[in-house]
Design a protein around this ligand. Sequence first.
Ligand code: 4AD
Ligand code: MG
Length: 497
Amino acid sequence: MAGYHWANDKKSLSLYDLSVIFSRTEIVLIVFSMEKIIRTKVKELLKSEPGHEVVAKGWVRTKRGNKNIAFIALNDGSTINNIQIVAETASFDEDLLKKITTGACICVRGELVASVGSGQAVEIQAKEIGIYGEADPDSYPLQKKGHSMEFLRSIAHLRPRTNTFGAVLRIRHAMAFAIHKYFNDKGFVYLHTPIITASDCEGAGEMFQVTTLDLNNVPKTETGQVDFSRDFFGKQTSLTVSGQLEGELGAMALGEIYTFGPTFRAENSNTPRHLAEFWMIEPEMAFYEIEDNMNLAEDFIKYLVKYALDNCADDIKFLNDMFDKELISRLESVIATDFVRLTYTEGIKILEASGEKFEFPVSWGVDLQSEHERYLVEKHFGKPVIMTDYPKDIKAFYMKQNEDGKTVRGMDVLFPKIGEIIGGSERESSLEKLEARIAELGMGRESLEWYLDTRRFGSAPHSGFGLGFERLLLFVTGMSNIRDVIPFPRTPKNAEY
Ligand code: 4AD
Ligand code: MG
């Protein structure tokens, strides 16, 4: 331990310097001196009373100062805020201080003291500094200057080290936790539905195929079709677009379930609101009719937004100040207002009477585009809208059919800035009606017999919905592109990392 004390002396040495002086075994001892001490996270340090020795570890955001003193802003990802390290240059080796550049990873031992400068209550008066990893200023891409979101997307492996992505990723975590808490507190069972499936829940044919067949030598049947009986699962399979159908099986046994997992859509939509791989939360409830479903959806979203405001205040304030000055007021207003409830037919009437020039013209029967949804939410009502009773031809086969023979009991929750954030419905619980609809749409029944069994045996009214996790995050963070609320976005022609 001789080396340890020596490193504690007035002139602190970097590990690199010490390696020149000590034999290898002694170096190992030194590495385990300050480095082995469990650090206190910056978030805790900033809340601590001054007057005791601490060890902090993290990545350097900035270093400034003069020939006598260096101020290092250190961030460890536990909070958006940095801890300030004050180092008297006379007490440290010049070479060591030179290596402390933006992006370098360091550990610091020192006294937590009340800060004389403005901007922070406490700071660390450094006694010892070690360098875990340098970051060459000539090549480290995240220098102090602001970077465009496009540039940061091209370095998605490093962008979590920026304030913006740190904030977004902490909020993403908090929302995931809050989702589980919400449903757990209500007695819902978290059901793990499969990622690989043979059924196309939404019937839109936007599935990524899963196969182990040799694509250069695909086995064919006598009629020249791909012989999927020779494939891994013995049939054609894909990545799931939704866990709903299996979720319904769960609800018809456990009462109330939810899924929360990745879903995949091979839709060629290069928009700020579409991902090829996104996460979806899908509750499914026995004995819920459409009204109950709407009430749950509204309560759920309000709970999540309130949770974010209560638990992610620093991060949300940062995003509000940097990107979207109306973020906090928008979040607060969503919690405080009753969502508008209106039918598709009423919505179309409002849009037709609006006099607005839409890129896609509206008339009864068309699928609403986000420009229409946003007109209703942002301009007409100024609050979220739950739209129901859509034409059956623009919605999936499983939705409960209305008496009019034209519409179904579907519901979409439409949000400011986002458009559709939730899609759901009451489900058709009658076997006859469901069979008739499947036949009408020309869907293959063979892969759905297991699903029809829920209607054959002990069928019950039930409902559910899907919340797009990243769409929720767009709303809560105020980010304007969905690629910026998921760590590693998958979009057409992009599957980096
Ligand atoms: O409206 P969707 O397609 O509904 C379903 O999948 C139902 N099976 C859900 C259910 O009733 N259990 O998708 C639900 C939500 C959308 O409202 C949207 O928020 C999100 O999933 N979503 C996407 N998010 C990002 N990228 C995409 N490509 C998305 N497609 C849908
Ligand atoms: Mg939808």
